[in-house]
Ligand binder design. Structure first.
Ligand code: HEC
Length: 117
């Protein structure tokens, strides 16, 4: 009886070990198609540096193409989101490039550029 128990123990260990196997189903995870899927933690700073510095500058106060000085902006996040989404005057909207979550993330990042905060 002891032998049988030992056998069951060992065999269940082998099964537990080999059961997982190699997961070969994740080969498509490096797909670059990320346009519509929500990003877990959209990096506002990264997005800002990619799309916004050309006009607003790294610190938000460059003012190229008449861009608003983001360090002096009094708009709330809720008010910035539609500006970033749809654009305003010479600023182009970003809804074609960024999804809602990314726009929210970059809007929140622009709040940190303000000198008062
Ligand atoms: C083509 C140049 C350009 C780019 C690129 C640009 N902006 Fe702007 N932005 C402007 C201009 C110009 C204004 C002022 C619009 C106006 O006068 O109504 C502005 C205004 C804003 C405002 C409103 C500020 C206020 O107080 O009224 C926010 C917020 C803003 N931009 C954020 C962004 C973010 C975030 C990005 C990147 C996703 C971005 N902008 C990219 C030119 C640009």
């Amino acid at each position: 009886m002891k032998k049988l128990l030992a056998f069951l123990c060992i065999s269940s260990m082998i099964i537990a070990c080999g059961g997982g196997g190699d997961d070969t189903t994740n080969t498509s995870s490096d797909s670059s198609d990320s346009t519509s899927e929500p990003v877990a933690a959209a990096d506002g700073e990264k997005i800002y540096k990619q799309y916004c510095v050309t006009c607003h500058g790294l610190y938000g106060d460059m003012g190229a193409s008449g861009a608003a000085n983001l360090t002096e902006s009094t708009l709330s996040v809720e008010e910035r989101i539609p500006v970033i989404t749809n654009g305003r005057n010479t600023m182009t909207g970003f809804k074609a490039l960024l999804n809602e979550e990314k726009i929210k993330a970059v809007a929140e990042y622009t709040m940190t550029l303000s000198e008062e905060q």
